[in-house]
Structures are given as structure tokens and as C-alpha cells.
Write a protein that binds this ligand. Structure first.
Ligand code: GDP
Length: 183
């Protein structure tokens, strides 16, 4: 079974690259305070417990023109439709729900891939309390994180792994090895 892919999707500046680097534990994706930085798609294989997965920061797929963010988002979603086993839909807990978040939300509703909403920039308990604003933006659970405050990294990993498609069982792996040996 191929390694599952987890696509990080969301409007610019919510912290997609920051989450990628935070989870990877090193700098693999560009973090920039200005929206619309052009960069390539970044993919990083990692594991949590006994599960392996590819984390993909889709934020910079293609040329990002800050006047046409919908095109950037469309590219992210297209990738998620074609390749992802799980979508991390990232929003900004400090900025609150924006028009662009709603557009991503509407677009994702039609995508038949499990979704986990990540309310990032929840740097303090105060931001945690405002999370209800994001309820219902995707048909999936919500989790709060703060890369800056290093909050809930473990919870995000646990939830992500829990939502991955089931791994091939040891039995199935043994069977496929036997099958190969017979041929
Ligand atoms: P992307 O465009 O969605 O990939 O966002 P980036 O990862 O480039 O981050 C955009 C800005 O948000 C940068 O200035 C980050 O340092 C900042 N940022 C990312 N995560 C957090 C967080 O948890 N809290 C705060 N306060 N800022 C954050």
C-alpha cells in the first residue's frame, strides 16, 4: 500500500508552511509574512508511532499571484482531490473566519477526502475561546494549534494518524510476501 498523503490546504498566511516545518521538526518549507510567496510544492515523509505518511504543503503550487488567490487555492484543492488521503484545512484563529476561508470551505465541501480543520495561531487560551466561529466550516473535527507557542503538536499528530486510511495489516503484508516468493 502506498504511503498516505496529507495535504495542507488553506488561504495564504494562515501558517501552512510553519505547520509543515513544525511537524517535520526542521525547515522544509519557506515561511514568509507576506502572502503570495512563490515556491514549489513541498513534500516530506514522516512518521508518528508506527504510521508513515507524506505531509504536503500545497501552498506554493504554481505561480502565486496575490491578485488572484482563487487560482492558488484551486491548485491546492486540485492536488488534494487527485492525490490526498487526508486534508488539513488550516485557518487563522487570531484573524477569525475570512471570506477567503469561506471560499476554501465551499470548495472543499465537494471533495470526498476526510478533513481535519486546524485552527492555527491559537497562541493563548483567549484565542482558544473563539474557536466556535470555525465550527461547521468542514465536515470533520477541529483542532487548535499554535506553532509560535508550540501548543498541541502531539494532539495534531495523534488526530492526523487516527484519520489516515487503515494501514495494511501485518497479515496482509505476510500474504503478499508469500505470494511474491511463490512467483
Ligand atoms: P502560509 O502562507 O499559510 O504557508 O503561512 P506561513 O507559514 O508562511 O506563516 C505566515 C505568518 O504567520 C508567518 O509570519 C509566521 O511566522 C506566522 N505564524 C505561523 N504560525 C503561527 C502561530 O501559531 N502563531 C502566530 N502568532 N503566528 C504564526
Amino acid at each position: 500500500m502506498p504511503i498516505p498523503k496529507v495535504a495542507i490546504v488553506g488561504r495564504p498566511n494562515v501558517g501552512k508552511s510553519s505547520i509543515m516545518n513544525w511537524q517535520a521538526g526542521k525547515l522544509v518549507s519557506v515561511v514568509d509574512p507576506t502572502a503570495g510567496v512563490t515556491r514549489d510544492r513541498v513534500e516530506y515523509m514522516m512518521h508518528h508511532g508506527d504510521r508513515y505518511f507524506d505531509l504536503v504543503d500545497t501552498g506554493g503550487i504554481g505561480i502565486v499571484d496575490s491578485d488572484d488567490l482563487s487560482e492558488d487555492i484551486e491548485r491546492q484543492i486540485q492536488f488534494a482531490i487527485e492525490e490526498a488521503d487526508l486534508i488539513l484545512f488550516v485557518v487563522d484563529g487570531r484573524a477569525g473566519l475570512t471570506l477567503l476561508d469561506r471560499q476554501v470551505s465551499d470548495r472543499l465541501r465537494k471533495v470526498q477526502v476526510p478533513k481535519l480543520v486546524v485552527v492555527n495561531k491559537c497562541d493563548s487560551i483567549k484565542t482558544d475561546l473563539e474557536m466556535h466561529e470555525f465550527e461547521g466550516i468542514a465536515d470533520g473535527p477541529l483542532i487548535q494549534t499554535s506553532v509560535k507557542g508550540n501548543r498541541h503538536r502531539q494532539e495534531l499528530m495523534d488526530k492526523l494518524v487516527e484519520m489516515l486510511p487503515a494501514a495494511a495489516s501485518d497479515e496482509a503484508v505476510r500474504e503478499s510476501k508469500k505470494e511474491k516468493n511463490r512467483n
